[in-house]
Write a protein that binds this ligand. Sequence first.
Ligand code: PEP
Ligand code: MG
Length: 578
Amino acid sequence: MTMICVGIGIGASHSIAMGKAYLLTRRGYRATPRWVRQDEVEAEIQRYQQALEAARQHLKSVRGQIPESIASDITEFIDTHLLMMEDSALIDAPIALIREQYCGAEWALQIRRDALVRVFDEMDDPYLSTRKNDVDHVVHQIQKILFNHEQAQEENLEKRVVLAPDLTPADTILMRHQGIAAFVTEYGSPMSHTAILARSLGIPAVVGVRNVTRFHRHGEQLVVDGERGVVIADADEQILAHFRRRIAEQQAHAATLRRLTDQPAISIDGQSVSLMANIELPEDIETTRSNGAGGVGLYRTEFLYMNRHSAPDEEEHLRTYLAVVQGLGGIPVTIRTLDLGADKQVDGGCPVLSPPPCNPALGLRAIRLCLKEPDLFKPQLRAILRASAYGPVRIMIPMLSNLDELHKARRIIEETKRELSSEGISFDPDIPIGGMIEVPAAALSATSFARNLDFLSIGTNDLIQYTLAIDRVDDQVNYLFDPLHPSVLRLIKMTIDAAHAAAIPVSMCGEMAGDPRYTRLLLGMGLRTFSMQPDALLDIKNIVRSSDIRQLSRQAAELFRTLDNGDVGQMLEKINVG
Ligand code: PEP
Ligand code: MG
């Protein structure tokens, strides 16, 4: 009978991938129970012996590199460890466990290590009890080789399924360049920036699979279902056939949608809807164009600060923005000023963020950071303004929570414009300035924001996080992340209504905008501009083209009348079936 190992987490993207595991573990090597089949025993013993020999060779070469002049206690220390590697406690005993009990090599070594440490722990002699550190040191050396045996020989991530405790957005970008097939993390949630990036880059991903780095081995064949949040090892032919079928279905669906690329996003009752793209990397330009986006509703600029040791200067900002503006061939681009902090940390790229704050989501992020650090803000503003001379560009300010922040930001923008004018540098003097409504306070004051801005954009990822007090990166509270919560729906509605009353455009650029489950409800609530990962555009267009917005408006009004008494999920189902 074949044993199939299944890990359940949260799907973070909609695609499926198959590939060999690449274990990226940053903690110590502690093996957990694993057994091999009877016919694998001899190979497993050989694997253990090879690891032991490799660990010995490594120690010998370290010893050989120590100059004679160095104190002898270091060489003694190494000699002790070499002797331990020749002791039957670490040679014969683990091999016996593999042979007799079918333990996997790492697990057999772990059992022996724990038994030895228990003996040392029971000794009263303080000298002898410190020897357990030596045991740990030696065991660690061998485990490192066992865990990473294949990895040590092959550092190529191409087509691999990366298994890691967690990944930062910067890791994700790097790995994408290395051609990974998918990733699975133990922590994290679908609303984290890492997961958003995975969707936008088309990387299949599952997050929140506890212990995934412990229960899977490097090189193991895995299936990753980013839609259902499942990771499967040792899948049999029947299961593999199922996933191949699903991949084919997804491809067929995408091919059908492709036909809509040049069709307008107009509803059955003739209302026009604007569908825009969220972008962050240069490669998104291509998918934005190929999916027929009407513009970029959110250009996240944080990637510019990742995987580097210093912040980009004005010229680098400018080069990047010009490549986007020109690459998009004249459609409007909404550049969001930097939103670093919270889940968008960078490694060393931005010294002002260290030491890490204790509650980053409520700390110095986004516009708060920019106002505190004008030296970080100004080069970006200058570059955005300069890029506006080459095509339709809009500035968008993230995470506004009060009008004072907006006024301060505006003053800095005006000052920057004056500087550019005095230097004779061109820019669009009427560049639209918009703000993200992603903090409940801003949504509740949307009327004032709408009077002071040229456009609003609803950031539901943060709006939901802050309204419902759920950390968007914490998979343990992810089940509470609910776009249909009455409070969230009210805040969205207030923002749309406030923008309409002030006669300014309003869009939504949070993940909710690209989720087909909510399109009809949002249309009914009055939203006419949606900005999303480029891959979602055609799906949403398909829904728009089959919707009667007049009817949806009536249904949404009914939903709002019974918001606190009715079952919102059930009402949404009714809206979605038409
Ligand atoms: C949001 O918060 O909804 C949003 C679009 O911004 P980000 O996900 O980059 O925080
Ligand atoms: Mg946000």
